[in-house]
Design a protein around this ligand. Structure first.
Ligand code: G1P
Length: 290
């Protein structure tokens, strides 16, 4: 199973990030010196995916622009001799091929994925949810691609969450094979606390086969009255079998303010030019709360 394309749905309102996201797509909010979406696209790129399909809306075209050349800015940087910065901005334009399709009505994640059907064009493909940032030794989506390739089955990424958080996620029930790989037996979107079949939450990484589109078309509106990808995958899993893998690495939910702020500090501390100063300032801040 060779994966060349990734669908990245970015048409959500981003209500969790308001008022910051009032006029800026939540995907463009920075974590340290890059917008959230750049980390997601970099993960796809280093995993060997070259074609990115954004499912957008009328307010999100700035996301596509971010991955295109900005010749005026490049001219300014070139004339000023700012080579390192010039390379950084050019690199973003050269990472991947960009395609975009509009989700004209916000009818749910399943519906968003269905909007990309003609661009996926009958190939197995990846989906990455733009809020979920995963940093591991093996890039997040690559972990799924490796299993999908050897097992020739659709694969989704899961992580354990505390029992009181299950209602925020799609939850998977499965038989563990012993190596962090589960054969999925059931899946439910945002179950009530106490009613979840497990605490294995779907983290926004998927490798699916194109027959998912028929299942998306067939499922009725589910949680929140939306067309849920989880409901379509449950149907796909029953028909042809699906795997879940326990993902390795650190995850940040960019729509959660604590995760967002910690991710900023995490990447700030990795910058040698900032590290000492940032640490000293953080220690001083923390002392106020001791
Ligand atoms: C979506 C999916 C959910 C999944 C989550 C991961 O929910 O519907 O199954 O667990 O992404 O981030 P959303 O966060 O868009 O409500």
């Amino acid at each position: 199973m060779n994966i060349r394309k990734v669908v990245i749905p970015v048409a959500g309102w981003g209500t969790r990030s308001l008022p910051a996201s009032k006029n800026i797509p939540k995907e463009m909010l920075p974590i340290y010196n890059k917008p959230v979406i750049q980390y997601v696209v970099e993960e796809a790129m280093v995993s060997g995916i070259q074609d990115v399909i954004f499912v957008t809306n009328r307010d999100k075209s700035v996301i596509e622009d971010h991955f295109d050349y900005n010749l005026q800015l490049e001219g300014v940087l070139e004339r000023a001799g700012k080579k390192a910065l010039l390379e950084k901005v050019r690199f973003v334009a050269e990472m991947v091929n960009i395609m975009a399709v509009r989700q004209k009505k916000q009818l749910g994640l399943g519906h968003a994925v269905l909007c990309a059907e003609h661009l996926v064009a009958g190939e197995p493909f990846a989906i990455m949810v733009g809020d979920d940032l995963i940093f591991g030794d093996v890039p997040g989506i690559r972990q799924l691609m490796m299993v999908a390739q050897t097992e020739n089955k659709p694969v989704i990424g899961v992580m354990e969450v505390p029992p009181d958080k299950v209602s925020k996620y799609g939850i998977v029930a499965g038989r563990e094979r012993g190596d962090g790989v589960y054969e999925i037996t059931d899946m439910v979107e945002k179950p009530a606390v106490g009613e979840a079949p497990s605490n294995l939450a779907i983290i926004g990484r998927y490798v699916l086969t194109p027959d998912i589109f028929d299942h998306i078309r067939a499922v009725p509106p589910g949680h929140g009255g939306e067309i849920q990808l989880t409901d379509a995958m449950r149907s796909l899993a029953r028909e042809r079998g699906m795997l879940a893998i326990r993902m390795q690495g650190e995850r940040f939910d960019a729509g959660d303010w604590v995760d967002y702020l910690i991710a900023n500090i995490h990447f700030g501390l990795e910058d040698d030019d900032l590290q000492l100063n940032l640490l000293a300032r953080l220690q001083a801040e923390l002392a106020d709360y001791a």
